[in-house]
Design a protein around this ligand. Structure first.
Ligand code: SF4
Length: 283
């Protein structure tokens, strides 16, 4: 793992993501290096990711805190009636292990508190618990916390550097105990391999909001995924491959998956959001 300390000119970036007005990524690259990560295909990371390998480098924007402060002062946000929403971690993990040393996310949160800015955080890391008291001081905060699978083989092949399943569940539990607004983000759902209903069972007494995201074979290239899946369970991998050969079977699978989820959550107040393939998207 190569760590580079870099100077940045800009920290706040306008975004089209519907959840926020601006994104902040204090790091470029990610120590977790998940196989399905979309960030490695983005312009800013792609060159380095190609030459150094995704998950093999992190650029630390060492002056991010000072730059952010100046940017916010310039925008005159303190005086604004409708504060913009800032998202932390759209293309990196803001609580990856090196955050323990650099504390950029922690310092950025302190600035967002000073300016009273509503904040959205995307993470899968238990290190977020270090900042619970800071999260409570934000005027509004939503944490989107990713859960991928309770199957350790999936973790091993797709995201072997990320915190394990039980650690993530425990983290969500602690955030909720502290009244932090949490969306559990289940994804990517891998057909025949992700037991979504078991994940729901584990989550439904902890959270009140769950987002479901299907595997995207653009960001997790199909051939690589298939090779990994064959190592986990050859029979299921064959079914997986068949699924991608017929639009009818494919659509039927996601339709059934969605119905099963809705059924599992009936009689609960859990709010849901689905990022599932559109009909015929892959054909
Ligand atoms: S933790 Fe997030 S940013 Fe990091 S590699 Fe995984 S998906 Fe990408």
């Amino acid at each position: 793992m190569k760590i580079f300390e870099i100077q940045t000119q800009k920290v706040l970036a306008l975004t089209k993501i519907s959840l926020a007005n601006y994104v902040i990524n204090p790091y470029i690259g990610c120590q977790y290096g998940c196989l399905y990560c979309y960030a490695k295909y983005l312009k800013r990371s792609v060159k380095q990711s190609e030459t150094r390998g995704w998950g093999e480098f992190v650029n630390v924007k060492i002056n991010a805190v000072e730059v952010l402060k100046k940017e916010l002062e310039k925008l005159n946000i303190s005086a604004a009636e409708n504060k913009p929403v800032v998202m932390l971690g759209s293309i990196t993990e803001v609580y990856q292990p090196l955050e323990k040393k650099y504390k950029l996310t922690e310092q950025i949160l302190k600035i967002l508190i000073d300016f009273q800015i509503p904040t959205v955080i995307l993470t899968r890391s238990n290190l977020i618990l270090r900042d619970i008291e800071l999260l409570k001081k934000l005027p509004k905060v939503s944490v989107f916390f990713t859960i991928t699978s309770n199957n350790s083989l999936i973790s091993q092949h797709f995201e072997n550097q990320s915190p394990d399943y039980n650690t993530r569940l425990e983290t969500i539990k602690k955030l909720r105990e502290n009244n932090i607004n949490v969306w559990a983000h289940i994804g990517p759902i891998i057909p025949y391999f992700t037991d979504t209903l078991v994940l729901i069972k584990d989550l439904k007494n902890i959270v009140s909001k769950i987002e479901f995201e299907a595997l995207n074979t653009t960001t997790a290239p199909y051939n690589i995924v298939v090779e990994k899946l064959k190592n986990i369970d050859i029979n299921k991998a064959v079914k997986f491959m068949k699924l991608y050969q017929s639009s009818e079977t494919f659509n039927e699978y996601w339709h059934t998956e969605k119905n099963n989820i809705i059924f599992a959550l009936k009689n609960t107040d859990i709010k849901t959001h689905f990022s599932f393939p559109q009909l015929n998207e892959y054909f």
